[in-house]
Design a protein around this ligand. Structure first.
Ligand code: SF4
Length: 595
């Protein structure tokens, strides 16, 4: 708290690594909010996952007395809070939107909401719907008078979703906290990496050009020029390259530059057309679905993507690469650092925190804050060492080629260890396929396996752990998923975790492009593309059970690579100090329970 307060006073960026359960949320919120209230600024608390927002709200509630008159607001997700599925925002005809500012002025809803001090998104949505106003606009209007704003990362960093009313004006009195900041670089890369489905665009272009509606012809012409250029590139790559696609190619900057003005004109014309009640080309052509998976108009999405390519790719071309597959063009942002830097610099000070931001040079570089105005803090676990056992199990090989060979061995280790003591255990695997392979080989025993299933609400599974009557339950999930990050297992909810890893991202054309980029830039491509992201997942998963000073749990890292210098040296310092290497962990775990 003292270090963060100092960074805020001095206008610095601070990277804080501290084990889960140590109190990072309160340590960052208290001094920043104090500063914001004193100076008339705001604190933006941005997270990648909704579960982290809940913790921030609980902390704010514990910190603030409604009588203080300090307001903190959670911004609900627009798509989820919109009674019209969010889709009508792209055609500004939503009647709720039109009426909201006027109604809010008259109905006193903002004042009523502000009375409770900390206002969560669900309350805003319920009250706004009852008052027949747009929930999202209500949250934003309330946020204008708030001292703390809790939201998804997108509302701070996404180039087409950031909150313009806060960031299109100077915000140098405001403070930024990014929770679980290790997620931000990948999220930001995705923001700047548009994907164009060329076949869908062809259908839209045809309808725009030949559907008989003059207002959409400018959009049709832009798409036709884009598709023509894509067809030529695809044909040329087919002749030049001897291998099968996907093919990598530098971005076509000349094309984006040529299209910049026509794209801007087409967006303006199309928006006016939709505002006046015009139907989208996909609706006109009777194509279904006429919106993308997020309920957005695909023509607008494509035009925005083209506009973004002109704005971002042309500005930092060496940080982008095009990946060509049949009917598909992905423009990948390999390094989002300059874009993140631009946003972060506008704040008075910024706090990035996570269970691990080590090595700090890697995260500072990836977050775009690797300058002299950045300081860092790397804290050890505050809990007694006798409360935990941290070991690398070196007798198993989890490299891709050996995985299947060692699946039975891993299953045997898990079964033997959980047989020592009844309770809840966690196991996290690099993929669902590998998880299933190991779990299928788990010897039968007095235990129940709970599988992480995509789409199954986390609470269903967590309830089974929370209400365990005293038997042995093993939750088997994957790295980076909801159970491995963002969910806490205090007390008896988990007494041990198996981390099968090091959980490197799968080799893919995208990861290989990142690897070559950082090889060129820093001579550390493998580390940047694979090792650091993999180990981060490991540390996230491995720290899950130890949340309070009374928790007692083991963390077993299964895989011989954890003992290798390349990996071991990159674990957080507090892990490196404590990590013991074992061939068979059963005796060590038994001794741990008996001690
Ligand atoms: S203005 Fe509000 S209610 Fe209307 S479509 Fe947009 S988010 Fe939904």
């Amino acid at each position: 708290m003292r270090d963060i307060a100092g960074a805020v006073e001095s206008g610095l960026t601070i990277l804080c690594s501290a084990p889960a359960g140590m109190g990072k949320t309160v340590a960052s919120l208290y001094p920043t909010l104090q500063h914001a209230v004193r100076t008339g600024g705001r604190v933006f608390f941005a997270t990648a996952k909704n579960s982290q927002q809940q913790l921030a709200l609980d902390t704010l509630r514990a910190m603030l007395d409604p009588a203080d008159g300090i307001v903190a607001v959670q911004i609900p997700a627009k798509e989820r809070s919109c009674p019209m599925d969010g889709r009508r925002c792209s055609q500004p005809r939503c009647r709720m939107q039109e009426r909201t500012p006027e109604r809010l002025q008259k109905n006193g809803l903002l004042e009523e909401l502000a009375v409770s001090g900390v206002v969560d998104g669900a309350t805003i949505v319920a009250r706004a719907l009852a008052a027949r106003v747009c929930p999202f606009e209500t949250a934003l209007a309330l946020a204008e008078s708030a001292s703390a704003i809790v939201s998804d990362l997108n509302y701070v960093f996404e180039p087409n979703a950031y909150l313009r009313r806060f960031f299109d004006v100077p915000y140098d009195r405001d403070l930024l906290i990014v929770d679980e900041a290790h997620n931000l670089p990948a999220r930001a890369s995705a923001h700047y990496s548009p994907e164009l489905n060329l076949e869908t665009l062809r259908a839209i272009a045809d309808e725009c050009l030949f559907g008989g509606e003059p207002a959409v012809q400018p959009a049709g012409l832009v798409l036709a020029e884009l598709l023509d250029a894509c067809d030529q590139t695809w044909a040329r790559l087919g002749e030049e390259r001897g291998d099968a696609p996907p093919w990598v190619e530098a971005p076509d900057l000349g094309l984006y530059e040529r299209l910049a003005e026509p794209v801007a004109d087409a967006i303006g014309a199309y928006q006016s057309f939709r505002s006046a009640g015009g139907r989208s080309p996909l609706q006109r052509a009777g194509l279904r679905p006429d919106t993308d998976a997020r309920g957005r108009d695909p023509l607008l999405v494509a035009l925005y993507a083209l506009r973004d390519l002109g704005r971002f790719c042309a500005r930092e071309p060496e940080r982008f690469a095009c990946l060509w597959s049949p009917g598909r063009l992905r423009v990948l942002c390999l390094d989002p650092a300059p874009f993140l830097r631009e946003r972060v610099r506008g704040f008075r000070a910024a706090v990035f925190m996570s269970a691990t931001l080590s090595p700090v040079e890697f995260y500072a570089r990836r977050l775009g804050v690797d300058g002299p105005d950045t300081v860092s803090l790397d804290l050890p676990s505050p809990f007694p060492k006798t409360q935990r056992l941290l070991a690398a199990v070196t007798s198993v090989d989890t490299t891709y080629a050996k995985r299947s060979e060692d699946a039975e061995h891993i299953a045997r280790i898990i079964a033997d260890v959980i047989a020592l003591r009844p309770g809840n255990y966690l196991a996290f695997f690099p993929s669902y396929a590998y998880r299933d392979e190991v779990i299928a080989k788990l010897p039968s025993g007095d235990h129940r396996v709970l599988l992480q299933l995509p789409g199954l609400p986390a609470e269903t599974t967590l309830g089974l752990l929370r209400n365990n009557p005293g038997d042995t339950r093993l939750l088997a999930g994957v790295h980076g998923g909801i159970f491995a990050e963002g969910v806490d297992y205090p007390g008896d909810m988990a007494i041990g975790v198996f981390v099968i890893g090091p959980g490197l991202p799968q080799v893919s054309p995208e990861q290989e492009l990142i690897r070559s980029y950082y090889d060129r830039e820093l001579g550390a491509g493998f580390e940047y593309a694979y090792v650091y992201p993999g180990l981060n997942r490991v540390v996230q998963a491995g720290g899950r059970p130890l949340r309070t000073e009374t928790d007692r749990a083991f963390t077993l890292l299964l895989g011989r690579r954890f003992a290798q210098k390349l990996y071991r040296d990159k674990l957080p310092l507090y892990w490196q100090d404590e990590l013991v290497e074992l061939a068979d962990p059963v005796a060590a775990v038994r001794a741990f329970w008996e001690s």
